[in-house]
Design a protein around this ligand. Structure first.
Ligand code: CTP
Length: 362
């Protein structure tokens, strides 16, 4: 296979320091994951950089800290076998190459003495498993056993191993697949998609905090609906936001239909996202109609009604935030306020309800 070297990607002096530290303690070291992916996507250099050592990541971090020109503290996370070093420009995360799954919150024992290949096998996606060598003999060499480069070009999210294996190693990866698809405008390949559908219920073992971190990243995409539609289609959404999936569907009684409030909601979220980067305003848009499912009624005289859904919805916001361990402070109160006011279209649609007005409220 053609050997591709990318010395320019790792021209910052900090990489030379890591390289020297690795040579001094006799381990091989590689930059891996998001930094490599984002270099090829030209997304702008990442500040958090993952380094994998074929040996002890903690020892390598300690050596790097000693060699850096400024005095630097090493934060060691023994349970996870990782260490972090902060420099002026970067947060460097060190980990020893693993045979078992790489996840920061894994409950599996840490098995460090893997090869680089073992480690790459156990990562989430082919586009996140690429590495640049920091070793003197082939500095900058791209190590890409699953052809992540081709998947970047084809805009495909694919797991290095059989998807059932990769997703069962860490079920949060099912959400990460959707998050990357939404952020990068990529497609999840068919095998992966089916595997997510089959394994969706395993999301139940993931903490709400981790779920919300991914959900907020989906929420901050240019078009959040992309992610939410995938979350719904795979069945994941109903496990953590059943209030939203309850809005799906159109009922018809005596020839009278109401709109599908799920897809309507997603349109509102996309619309607001074109106007603002405020996460809480986006959440307010997502939840503005959740009171409609429990208040829905059909009467022969007036057809479908959702009386009091704004008040019901505002109450539901509190319970939803509490359940998902989201903040219960002024952010939640702001979302409640917006949901309560959501049927006053002018107040919400008017320009004055965009960023500057929100800054006053949040
Ligand atoms: N990783 C993984 N499985 C996870 C989380 C992370 O395999 N559940 C691996 C991937 O190789 C990933 C790297 O760890 O690239 C770093 O993870 P993280 O910092 O969460 O993501 P990034 O890929 O750096 O991307 P972003 O910063 O956009 O989250």
């Amino acid at each position: 296979m053609e050997q591709l070297q990318f010395k320019d990607a790792i021209s910052h002096p900090v990489f030379k320091t890591i390289s020297e530290a690795a040579a001094a303690i006799g381990v091989d070291a590689y930059v891996i994951g998001g930094f490599v992916r984002d270099y090829f996507l030209k997304r702008g250099a990442k500040q958090d950089i993952d380094i994998v050592a074929v040996g002890s990541g903690i020892e390598l971090a300690q050596k790097v800290a000693k060699l850096l020109p400024q005095s630097t503290k090493v934060s060691v996370f023994k349970t996870y076998g990782t260490a972090m070093v902060k420099t002026d420009d970067f947060e460097l995360e060190f980990v020893g190459a693993r045979k078992e799954s790489y996840t920061r919150d894994s409950r599996n024992p840490i098995v460090e003495d893997g090869t680089l290949e073992d480690d790459q096998n156990r990562r989430d996606f082919t586009i996140n498993a690429m590495a640049f060598s920091l070793n003197p003999e082939n500095y900058g060499l791209l190590v890409d056993p699953f052809n992540g480069i081709a998947d970047l070009e084809k805009k495909i999210i694919k797991t290095p191993l059989a998807p059932d294996v990769t997703y069962s190693d860490d079920p949060l990866r099912m959400m990460r697949a959707i998050r990357f698809a939404a952020q990068l405008n990529f497609r999840i390949n068919d095998d992966s998609f089916h595997s997510i559908k089959n394994n969706a219920s395993r999301i139940k073992i993931i903490t709400n905090e981790r779920i919300i971190t991914e959900l907020n990243k989906i929420m901050m995409c240019n078009e959040p609906s992309h992610g939410f539609i995938l979350l719904e289609k795979t069945g994941l959404l109903s496990y953590f936001l059943p209030e939203l999936t309850a809005l799906k569907g159109i009922e018809e009684v005596e020839g009278q239909k109401h709109k599908d409030n799920f897809y309507h909601t997603l349109e509102v979220v996309d619309n607001i996202s074109r106007k603002t980067d405020n996460l809480w305003l986006r959440w307010a848009a997502l939840l503005h109609d959740i009171g409609k499912a429990p208040t829905k009624k059909f009467s022969k005289k007036v057809g479908w009604t959702f009386h009091g859904h704004e008040f019901k919805g505002a109450k539901m916001v509190y319970h939803l935030f509490k359940r998902l361990k989201m903040p219960l402070n002024d952010k939640m109160k702001f979302v409640q306020l917006m949901v309560r006011m959501s049927s006053r279209p002018i107040a919400v649609i008017d320009e004055s309800a965009t960023d500057s007005a929100v800054r006053r409220l949040v």
